[in-house]
Design a protein around this ligand. Structure first.
Ligand code: FAD
Length: 458
């Protein structure tokens, strides 16, 4: 530890004020563990700048002292990327909450990094528009964190992930330099597109401080249905037909009977069907005019559908969504899960679902395997309850299966610390070398999120 590193805490206090540099273990605690409780670290301090200027000064000071910096938004990420590495400072962007009025002419809004996804959705709605990304952690996840992980969620089928909403960005490089491209022009071919580069960079290239997001027409008439099915193959076939014939299709979420049972008892929800079925597909349609009849006809004529429930009113829709969305919380309440978010080509989803259960049982007998996913994106969330938090043999077995089946070892959560060891299974050496060259060019001292995406010390 150099003198500069020892002096970092008073230096940071000089920039943001004593009350925004947290060194007391009790105050740091919530920033040092991830949402699942599986990943933990210890920070020198947590620093909470108020604005862009303070963020630049913090980075400048940490860079001069070669103190690692771990950017953190809502700390809802699921791959340990926001948990501090040894000797690092957690840079919390939670005080950057400036949210501008919607630019109606452009159909865009500018938000500071610490604004939550729910606040952007609300601002868009109040202007008669809509934001294209939504997921369960909406009330805590920030736009900075969601861009940094290129979060996906339940609307990717229709609108794409965070990267597809991003039309401008402001960010601070490791040494405190600001890069900015915020006017939000849809046509802007003036060289490397920094917003696209920073989307999915997981805090390893720059600290995002402000983003410009595109908004969409508001489709206020919505209907949600849950269809009971024989399995994943039927869910894929039904989703493919609905996607081809129902332009209003906005979400298609797959879950299974064991996950349903878990959420029913955890959240005390009403049972949707009299009897159990192997699989369920939650479908939402959204349009300017009421899409209920279209969805009723489509489900009514589908041979795969064994039974179905439907809701058009807001509380009813919410009740059905909870059956799927609260499964994450139900799993977390049942233990410390291993969460593997993967995708496979859609045509192989059914085979993957069967094989992954077999692989888990062979590698870690007795493990509870709870699956759910965004079926239109070939994305399954593999939740494993049983293996110890630091025993990742079963993780490796699942990820090897994914690669063997031509999939991606991270569909939407990123690599973080959790999957660093296996990135080379998924990406070619040439691709990894290009990624490394970008990292070295933007952060030559390697202070931004060491151990995330690339192995620590590499
Ligand atoms: C209940 C639940 C449901 C979820 N559902 C989904 C889902 O459906 N789809 C999906 O894709 N994800 C989902 N997630 C995970 C998702 O990745 C996060 O919720 C969200 O994207 C992270 O935002 P955050 O502000 O919490 O970021 P954090 O967790 O704080 O950070 C995540 C990563 O981004 C970096 N980072 C954070 N802020 C910045 C910044 N300003 N600049 C640079 N880097 C930064 C961090 O260093 C870290 O590597 C879910 C999480 C939970 C808990």
């Amino acid at each position: 530890v150099t003198d500069l590193q020892t002096d970092i805490v008073p230096a940071l206090a000089g920039i943001v004020g004593d009350s925004h540099v947290l060194t007391d273990p009790a105050l740091r605690a919530g920033y040092e563990v991830d949402w699942t409780g599986r990943f933990r670290g210890r920070a020198l301090a947590v620093v909470r700048p108020a604005d862009l200027e303070q963020t630049c000064e913090v980075l400048h000071a940490c860079h001069a002292a070669r103190v690692p910096v771990v950017p953190q938004g809502g700390n809802t990420g699921l791959v340990g990327g926001s948990v501090p590495s040894p000797g690092s400072v957690v840079l919390s962007l939670s005080r950057l909450t400036d949210l501008e009025a919607v630019d109606l002419e452009a159909g865009e809004v500018t938000a500071a990094a610490g604004v939550t996804i729910a606040a952007v959705q609300e601002r868009a709605r109040s202007a008669g528009l809509e934001f294209g990304v939504d997921f369960g952690a909406r009330d805590s996840a920030t736009v900075g964190g969601a861009i940094a992980t290129n979060a996906g969620g339940i609307r990717v089928l229709r609108h794409g992930p965070m990267r597809a909403q991003l039309v401008g960005i402001e960010a601070v490089l490791a040494d405190g330099t600001v890069v900015r491209r915020l006017p939000g022009m849809m046509k802007d071919n003036t060289g490397y597109h920094l917003p696209s580069l920073l989307a999915g960079s997981e805090g390893t290239l720059a600290v995002i401080t402000r983003v410009r997001l595109r908004l969409l027409p508001r489709l206020a008439r919505r209907v949600v249905a849950v269809a009971a099915l024989a399995g994943t193959g039927e869910a894929v076939a039904l989703m493919a037909r609905l996607r081809a014939t129902l332009p209003a299709l906005a979400a298609a979420e797959l879950f299974f009977d064991d996950g349903l049972e878990l959420v029913l008892s955890h959240a005390r929800l009403e049972r949707p069907f009299g009897e159990s079925h192997p699989a369920y597909l939650l479908v939402e349609c959204a349009a300017v005019t009421d899409p209920t009849d279209e969805l009723t006809d489509a489900l009514g004529s589908a041979a795969e559908v064994r039974d179905a429930v439907m809701a058009g009113d807001a509380p009813g829709r919410e009740r059905l969504w909870q059956l799927r969305e609260r499964q994450s919380e139900a799993v977390a309440a049942a233990g410390i899960p291993h969460k593997l978010d993967v995708s496979v080509p859609i045509g192989r989803m059914a085979a993957f679902e069967t094989r992954v259960r077999d692989v888990v049982e062979a590698e870690a007998p007795g493990t509870r395997t709870i699956l759910w996913g965004h079926v239109g994106d070939g994305n399954l969330h593999v939740n494993l309850l049983g293996p110890a938090p630091d025993d990742d043999r079963v993780d490796e077995a699942v990820l090897r299966l994914v690669v063997e089946m031509g999939g991606s070892i991270s569909a939407e959560h990123g690599i973080g610390r959790a999957k660093v060891r296996w990135l080379s299974l998924d990406r070619r050496p040439e691709d990894l070398a290009a990624m490394r060259a970008i990292k070295d060019a933007l952060d030559p001292a390697g202070i931004l999120n060491p151990g995330v995406l690339f192995p620590a010390g590499e």
